[in-house]
Design a binder for this molecule. Structure first.
Ligand code: GDD
Ligand code: MN
Length: 385
């Protein structure tokens, strides 16, 4: 059996020797006869390449280095380049700063060896895992919030995944269609999982403190991530947005028409809201969540959830509109438009998380799930709306 350990590095010189030593020790613990290599994919401007060569000279396993003069795609691009250049189809990806403890490699390998999955994910958020190595409370919050939002946006693909943002996973590269991937920024696993259905297992792990050096995470990486998320979810989210937009236009038009006719703007807003709530629900059923309907609760329950949510939202929104109109110098039309845009995001999360949530596992036959995933795959093909 062969295993390639792919390690993306950017200025990790003080971590290399320790990493190679601990990886070699962990690999020596693998059951059976596993022929492993370490492959560094390096974009550094420091002495990392020299540190890799030095470690390679004495290491207990083959250590290879790809130093990229033109680092394309950042961390994600480096990982893909590593997967392509690896000697083995089975690849383990991990960070070069020892936040991913090499001692977990045997657990990942054991789970993968069962032979029933394409990828084993080391998760900070599965039972027993922790994220204590995250730098501070802000990063913990950002990590948790972005994980929840991401899972809400991919309720089918990420159904079995608690930590789609981890950079620690073991994967059979034959299950990855590289042509589909648009690596950008840090979150390559999310890209892989979102692009096509994968058979996934998770193993909990403790996200450790950095051994040495500094994190390369930044606000810029955060923005990359948001762009990636939007691009990945372009299909569903954009349709939802188009329908929401049509609803908003209808809403504003009704408010305008009724106030022109002399109707009080609060009454006008209520009438407009109810008309668009029902219209939006019908359009979303038909065009946005059609692939999730079969596996969700029944149509009346879906309608009840959607209708209740939208009315609750309108109940909150209308007093805000009234407040904006009475306290500021904003017209009812502008105030309605602003609050509708804000409400859009909350509404999308609620619908994909709650209204169209899959019923509990075990209720549906696995055949239905497969059909559903085929449809989901079609919907996720790049290039379509
Ligand atoms: N080749 C290459 N090119 N490697 C890079 C680049 C790059 O542009 N940027 C960062 N890396 C390497 C780092 O050297 C390190 O080995 C690994 O990618 C992770 O980067 P860190 O700077 O340690 O970032 P982090 O600790 O915030 O991110 C890690 O934790 C996240 C979970 O919160 C990574 O594992 C992420 O993948 C993970 O999602
Ligand atoms: Mn790190």
């Amino acid at each position: 059996m062969q295993l390639s350990i792919v390690v993306p590095t950017y200025n990790e010189a003080p971590n290399i020797a320790e990493l190679v030593r601990r990886v070699a020790a962990a690999v020596a613990n693998l059951p059976g006869d596993v022929d492993a290599e370490i492959l560094f994919v390096d974009d550094s401007t420091d002495a990392t390449p020299a540190a890799v060569r030095e470690a390679a000279a004495t290491a207990a396993l083959p250590v290879r280095l790809i130093h990229r003069e033109k680092p394309e795609g950042g961390l994600g691009g480096a990982v893909l380049e590593g997967l392509a250049a690896a000697r083995s189809d089975v690849c383990l990806v991990m960070d070069g700063d020892l936040q991913h403890p090499p001692e977990e490699i045997p657990a990942l390998w054991r789970r993968f060896s069962a032979g029933d999955v394409d990828v084993v994910i080391a998760s900070r958020y599965a039972g027993g895992g922790t994220a204590h190595g995250l730098a501070d409370r802000t990063r913990v919050l950002v990590s948790k919030a972005s994980t929840s939002v991401t899972r809400a946006m991919f309720p089918i693909r990420l159904r079995d995944v608690t930590d789609p943002m981890t950079g620690f996973f073991l994967i059979d590269r034959r299950s990855v269609d590289q042509a589909l991937l648009r690596p950008r920024g840090f979150k390559i696993l999310l890209e892989i999982l979102a692009r096509r259905p994968m058979r996934v297992a998770e193993v909990p792990f403790d996200f450790a403190d950095r051994h040495a050096g500094e994190s390369k995470a930044s606000v810029r990486q955060g923005l990359h991530f948001l762009a990636q998320l939007t691009a990945l979810r372009f299909g569903k989210m954009s349709l939802f947005a188009v329908i929401g937009g049509l609803g908003a236009v209808a809403n504003v038009a009704i408010v305008w028409a009724l106030t022109q006719l002399g109707v009080d703007y609060i009454i006008a807003a209520i009438v407009a809201a109810e008309a668009t709530i029902i219209g939006n629900f019908l359009l979303q059923e038909r065009f946005v969540f059609d692939d999730m309907r079969e596996n969700a609760s029944g149509v009346w329950l879906r309608f009840a959830k959607s209708f209740t949510f939208n009315n609750a939202e309108a109940l909150v929104r209308i007093p805000i509109v009234a407040l904006m109109v009475s306290s500021g110098h904003i017209s009812a039309v502008v105030a309605t438009a602003i609050t509708l845009v804000l409400a859009f995001f909350v509404r999308f999360l609620f619908h994909s998380l709650v209204v169209y949530a899959p019923r509990k596992p075990g209720v549906e036959p696995s055949r239905a799930r497969r059909i559903l995933e085929d449809i989901d795959e079609e919907v996720m093909q790049p290039g379509e709306l």
